[in-house]
Design a protein around this ligand. Structure first.
Ligand code: DLL
Length: 435
């Protein structure tokens, strides 16, 4: 079985396009027949499933938005009766009700297949002992990775997130060779291990499978230097399946999308027009094999670009660049557009800072105030006050020269910025009327 799954990443592109076209046609027919929302939205747009003659024709079909899922909360966009749905997950948004997703037994089988392919991309196999520190529960990370690891034949330790002391005990005593977690939580584990006098580079851990939140290349370098492991980026979202949508391989030059199941497009987020290969824009997915919840042209809000050229690893499936930001996490501060990832890269470029930071935006009268709180290393913190002042001045100056923004830079003691067991919270926007 292992070989069969593996080969799916190496199909010739013509054959793959044939498979995609057939699956796409079937899916459009199915949602048109079974999901009133799609019948209505296709009718409104004046398109019928039979209008899809080539893959490019998909561009004529309407998008699905997160608000459509919310408007049909909880199960209104399902294409199968609940009796065929064997699992529900949900992602909690920042406000209001969660986004609910469902899976048939076949969907779960495909999910574990794409997770097996993810781990194969990374080089994890049956001989590995894998600590799964993604949260188990409604979040897709824990169970998604778990089923894939079992099907792969690896030894999985279902830790879930949190309980740092126990995580470190298990990691050391069970001879863990690979770990799955958010990059920010892993960093927290690595620091706690150092504090305990048992740094991770003295354990058997050699691989990290990190995702569920944006993290910069600079953050990868910090993690790898600090722990001696090789860190890989995996990407996914609940609405598409969960983790298992795309993964880095040994080349670490983009993430391979398992496009025989998830058909990607890049669009201009303003006009909705499909953009050519290489152009940066919003990633849109159509799920071409999903049974319970096949979404058509789902707008992810994640910004990236696609590359179809063959990868040094030999895989022929398309690669997406790492997602450094979402179209909706852009801050506008005094008219300047800014993404948290830009601040992360700037901070990590300067010696003495740690990747724990919080961006706080407030407003006094008509003016926005930006504060960047960043933890410094214990060495810097115990240094004399002049050293701290120098570091503060450097960060302040870089913010100004790189992004044209005057920010208050506050250096804080190691360990004082709140740690998350899952996705890190980087921004606290306290303005009532956000631009
Ligand atoms: O975070 C699924 C997942 C679990 C992916 C474990 C990877 C590992 P959601 O909670 O629905 O699902 O959040 C999806 O998280 O639209 C991106 O904005 C962001 N995201 C996920 N992976 C990455 C990544 C899971 N590698 C949302 N880099 C997505 C950047 C990511 N952002």
């Amino acid at each position: 079985m292992r070989e069969d799954l593996f080969l799916k990443d190496f199909l010739d592109r013509d054959g793959l396009r044939q498979i995609q076209l057939q699956r796409l046609r079937d899916t459009l027919e199915r949602v048109y027949a079974r999901v009133p929302f799609y019948r209505q939205s296709f009718d409104q747009a004046g398109v019928k499933p039979a209008d899809l003659r080539t893959l490019a024709d998909l561009g004529r079909f309407p998008f699905t938005l997160k608000t459509d899922l919310r408007d049909h909360y909880p199960f209104g966009l399902f294409a199968t009766p609940l009796s065929e749905v064997v699992r529900i997950h949900a992602s909690s948004g920042t406000t209001g009700k969660p986004t609910v997703v469902g899976y048939t037994a076949e969907d779960i089988r495909i999910w574990s297949e794409v997770m097996v392919r993810t781990f194969q991309c990374i080089g994890i196999g049956p001989e590995d002992v894998v600590q799964n520190a993604y949260g188990y529960g409604l979040f897709t990370g824990g169970l998604g990775a778990h089923y894939g690891l079992e099907r792969l034949g690896a030894t999985v330790i279902p830790m879930s997130g949190g309980n740092t002391e126990k995580q470190l005990l298990v990691l050391q005593d069970f001879g863990v060779t690979a770990i799955c977690s958010t990059p920010s939580y892993f960093l927290h584990l690595a620091e706690a291990a150092e504090k305990d006098g048992l740094p991770l580079n003295r354990t058997r851990l050699k691989v990290g499978v990190f995702g569920a939140e944006p993290w910069s290349v600079a953050m990868r370098q910090r993690i790898e230097q600090m722990t001696g492991i090789s860190a890989f980026d995996i990407y996914g979202l609940s609405e598409v399946i969960g983790p298992g949508v795309s993964s880095e391989c040994s080349a670490k030059d983009g993430l391979h999308i398992f496009e025989d199941h998830f058909y990607p497009e890049i669009i201009d987020p303003e006009t909705g027009m499909v953009l050519p290969e290489g152009a940066e824009g919003e990633l849109v997915f159509t799920m071409i094999t999903k049974q319970a919840l096949p979404l058509i042209r789902y707008r992810t809000r994640d910004i990236t670009s696609l590359r179809y050229g063959k990868c040094p690893c030999g895989r022929t499936i398309v690669r997406m660049n790492r997602v450094s930001h979402r179209s909706d996490d852009m801050l506008i501060v005094r008219g300047v557009n800014l993404f948290p990832s830009q601040i992360e890269s700037l901070l990590l470029d300067v010696e003495g800072t740690t990747p724990h930071y919080l961006i706080v935006v407030t407003r006094t009268g008509a003016l926005d105030d930006l504060e960047v709180k960043v933890e410094v290393s214990s060495a810097v913190f115990s240094d004399e006050i002049r050293g701290l002042e120098r570091l503060r001045a450097v960060l302040h100056e870089r913010m100004k020269s790189l992004y044209g923004l005057t920010a208050k830079v506050t250096l804080v003691e190691p360990g004082t910025i709140e740690r998350s067991m899952g996705k890190a919270k980087r921004v606290l926007d306290l303005r009532t009327n956000k631009p």
